[in-house]
Design a protein around this ligand. Structure first.
Ligand SMILES: Nc1ncnc2c1ncn2[C@@H]1O[C@H](COP(=O)(O)OP(=O)(O)OP(=O)(O)O)[C@@H](O)[C@H]1O
Ligand SMILES: [Mg+2]
Length: 243
């Protein structure tokens, strides 16, 4: 399955504030590409541009789904989701007063996903048995790690082809960060997803990265063509990891 995403010469901002400058990123079929960078450098803005939530002032975002190219900058968020592109947003954005199962079912809000709702729910429970055990529990009373699984599960209800995950490790203890990263790895293999993930936790992100980019002040400061290249980059070690 050839699902890829190519961002070319992206410029974006909020009103007069320019945030993203000339960013080009590619995630090839079945690749996991990470966007590294500390707070406020523009990772989420790039993801929002992909989802049509922020409109770029210049540049192209091309998604290739089963070999068909779509320019996402011309589509609405609904159309982008219908193509099979899903975002697990920063901070998870669950409905805390609804149950686990209700949160999952709300994930299938698009008409295209509704038809396969029960099948997707089943496969979601298979991937995350803990969610099945807790299906009647209120989402807000789940632990941080469980809530991140639920956020991932909710995105799976859209049966995505390309999955965007925005800082899954935020607010999680180290062990849970590792588990979340493992879960993303498993999802990727199971659903043959192309993954674009923003993450500040360098060590964990590099565990699943095929490639990656470091975003500094809205520009690509470093491009690592393999996890090894990211790991061994002097600039990253000095400025990003403080080593
Ligand atoms: N809705 C908005 N209106 C105005 N400025 C915004 C808005 N959203 C983000 N920004 C600004 O854009 C810049 C990049 O923010 P962004 O959220 O993309 O960074 P980030 O790399 O995801 O950071 P973090 O790691 O903290 O999530 C920041 O300076 C931020 O203040
Ligand atoms: Mg962010």
């Amino acid at each position: 399955m050839a699902n890829s995403i190519t961002i070319e010469g992206l410029h974006a901002g909020y009103g007069a504030v320019r945030v993203i400058e000339d960013v080009s990123i590619r995630a090839a079929p079945a690749e996991t590409v990470v966007l590294l960078g500390t707070n406020g450098n523009g990772k989420s803005t790039i993801m929002k541009c992909v989802m049509g939530l922020v409109r770029p002032s210049a540049g192209r975002i091309i998604a290739s789904i089963d070999g068909v190219r779509h320019d996402l900058t011309r589509l609405t968020t609904e159309q982008i989701v219908d193509l099979g592109i899903a975002l697990v947003p920063e901070g998870r954005r669950l409905f805390p007063k609804l149950t686990v199962e209700e949160n999952l079912l709300l994930g299938a809000y698009r008409r295209s996903a509704r038809a396969q709702m029960s099948r997707n729910l089943e496969s979601c429970f298979e991937t995350f048995p803990r969610l099945a055990e807790r299906r009647r529990q209120l989402a807000g009373s789940m632990s941080g790690g469980e809530q991140q699984m639920l956020a991932l599960g909710r995105a799976l209800m859209l049966a995505p082809r390309i999955l965007l995950v925005d800082e899954p490790s935020v607010g999680l203890a180290p062990l849970l960060v590792a588990r979340t990263i493992d879960a993303i790895k498993e999802l990727k293999a199971r659903y043959q997803l192309t993954v674009l993930m923003a993450e500040q936790n360098f060590t964990q992100a590099v565990r699943i990265a095929d490639r990656g980019y470091v975003i500094v002040h809205g520009k690509i400061a470093v491009e690592g063509r393999s996890a090894e290249e990211l790991n061994n980059n002097e600039l990253i070690r000095k400025f990003y990891l403080g080593l």
